[in-house]
Design a protein around this ligand. Sequence first.
Ligand SMILES: [Zn+2]
Length: 220
Amino acid sequence: MRIVLVGPPGAGKGTQAAFLAKNLSIPHISTGDLFRANISKQTELGKLAKSYMDAGNLVPDEVTIGMAKDRMEQPDAENGFLLDGFPRNVSQAEALDEMLQSEGMKLDGVLDLEVPEEEVVKRIAGRRTCRNKSAHVFHATYKPPKKEGVCDVCGGELYQRDDDSEETVRKRLEVYHTQTEPIIDYYKAQGLVVTISALGKVEDVTARAMEALKREDHAA
Ligand SMILES: [Zn+2]
């Protein structure tokens, strides 16, 4: 199966992607991993990406698309893959379609993880991270430490990372709405989108996703 996973920040996309890929026996291809791998192996694309990042600029679509293409051509992706973080805008989605078409392939489904906006804010802004190196993570509501502000594991001080501030979360949501959400409409026009709720326990969401993908596979 060739699947694209979409969802706002805080939807638990990375966690779900890992479980789903394992259940479906296909590789989980995340943009974060692609960047890290290309940069650490110092590939041409990796060097290019790093030059943009070091200058504080966005990595151009062509670079990201190139990395994704290389990865999808690896032998383990022959029978499918689960994309996470790519495509992140309509022009990347169009490039992906062209890439697949040129190989006589197509996507089987786009899984859209839905979470109410306020829940996203609550999930991310409630995170508290331990200042110690192992960075143990707690949550003000969902996984409170026994003693406020103190790590249960090592006694370190808990704090809110800048990335997790409400302001940053709202900015990331805005970027998601303007850049990534339009790809859902793009794929809806192709009849590929299945939307599921990402609320509840991790394993329940995975089960829901597997059900939805099975239905989609039979319908295709
Ligand atoms: Zn700790």
